[in-house]
Ligand binder design. Structure first.
Ligand code: PBG
Length: 343
């Protein structure tokens, strides 16, 4: 008999004999039993909301690649922060779109106590003291070339950048930031920032290390949001992690813990769930994911085309982070999810 004419023989055993009477569907049969055995939950306590701030008053600018996300002037950002606090969102992360005339080769404006980020922190803290504020100590919104560090003869100079970031972190803490989140991936920046904070009396300001930040295509829409898309030449491969690597990511995170990180972050999020799980299992730190701009935009774009149910995809993607081991998620969906979870 050749394989084309041979009939497939079906099993003579009953399903009970095959499964040993262990039937996985029993607990899936009703809503109540599914709820009872559900292992992970998404709550408002898991959410950190990244926002984009600009100078001016009473103005919001659309970000074409991020429908539903706006750059906001500080008066509006304060109102949004009040709304976020009312929804129970624990923390906000601020990112600036800095006027081009203030950007330079070394990103020196990050050191200005009155730059837009420090003013945002002071304004939000004054109006909504109960919400946590996370500031990014990275140079990219402040440099004329869009890189996260000081650029000299085609090289991102590590140690000089670290010194500048540490000084910037002190300025951010002085403005009232609760957590410094360095997203630059320079070597030694966590330890340097920790030392500088401590030396200036900011022992209680925490560090959320963007520990495993991968060189990724998913940051595209963010670069439009902060105005670095048109500036950036080349890529960030000499400082972000190669997305092919997993052991290296664990070593990088381990190093940040040794230097004094209080929390770890994996970025981007959904394509890196394996990294989240490894960090949680191996380092047992408070672990966060950044569902980055490109991830947000993909869900929004597919939903806008009617190709997926946007709300369900949003919730499913966020719950996936919890399942992978996250304690929380930075997500542009934060206010939308918080409102949904409340209703
Ligand atoms: C750079 C920085 C990036 C993001 C936040 N800060 C990446 C980049 O531009 O290379 C990405 C955030 C997002 O995509 O949502 N320090």
């Amino acid at each position: 008999m050749n394989t084309h004419t041979r009939k497939l023989s079906t099993s003579h055993r009953s399903v009970d004999e095959i499964t040993g009477s262990r039937r996985m569907r029993r607990m899936r049969k009703a809503d109540w039993s599914r709820r009872l055995v559900q292992e992970n939950k998404l709550t408002v306590d898991d959410l950190i909301w990244p926002i984009f701030v600009i100078d001016g008053t009473n103005r919001r600018e659309e970000i074409a690649a991020m429908p539903g996300v706006f750059r906001m002037t500080l008066d509006l950002a304060v109102k949004e922060a009040e709304g976020a606090a009312r929804l129970g969102i624990p923390a906000i992360a601020t990112f600036p779109n800095v006027e081009m005339s203030l950007r330079d080769q070394t990103g020196s404006h990050i050191l200005d106590p009155d730059n837009i980020i420090n003013r945002a922190t002071r304004a939000i803290k004054a109006a909504v003291p109960e919400i946590g504020i996370i500031t990014d100590a990275a140079l990219d919104p402040f440099t004329s070339h869009g890189h996260d560090g000081i650029l000299r003869e085609g090289i991102i100079v590590n140690d000089e950048t670290v010194a500048q970031l540490a000084a910037a972190a002190v300025g951010q803490a002085a403005a009232g930031a609760d957590i410094i989140g360095p997203s630059d991936m320079m070597d030694g920046r966590i330890g340097a920032i920790r030392d500088a904070l401590d030396a200036n009396g900011f022992q209680d300001v925490a560090i959320m290390s963007y520990a495993t930040k991968f060189a990724s295509a998913f940051y595209g829409p963010y670069r439009e949001a902060v105005g670095t898309a048109g500036l950036l030449k080349g890529d960030k491969k000499t400082y972000y992690i190669d997305h092919a690597n997993s052991d290296e990511a664990v070593r990088e995170a381990e190093q940040d813990v040794l230097e004094g990180a209080d929390m770890l972050m994996v970025k981007p999020g959904l394509p890196y769930l394996d990294i989240i799980r490894r960090l949680k299992d191996e380092l047992r730190m408070p672990t966060f994911a950044y569902q980055v701009s490109g991830e947000y935009s993909m869900i929004r774009a597919a939903a806008a085309n009617g190709w997926i149910d946007g709300e369900r995809a949003m919730l499913e993607s966020l719950l996936a982070f919890k399942r992978a081991g996250c304690d929380g998620i930075l997500t542009y969906f934060a206010p939308q999810v918080a409102a949904l979870l409340k209703s």
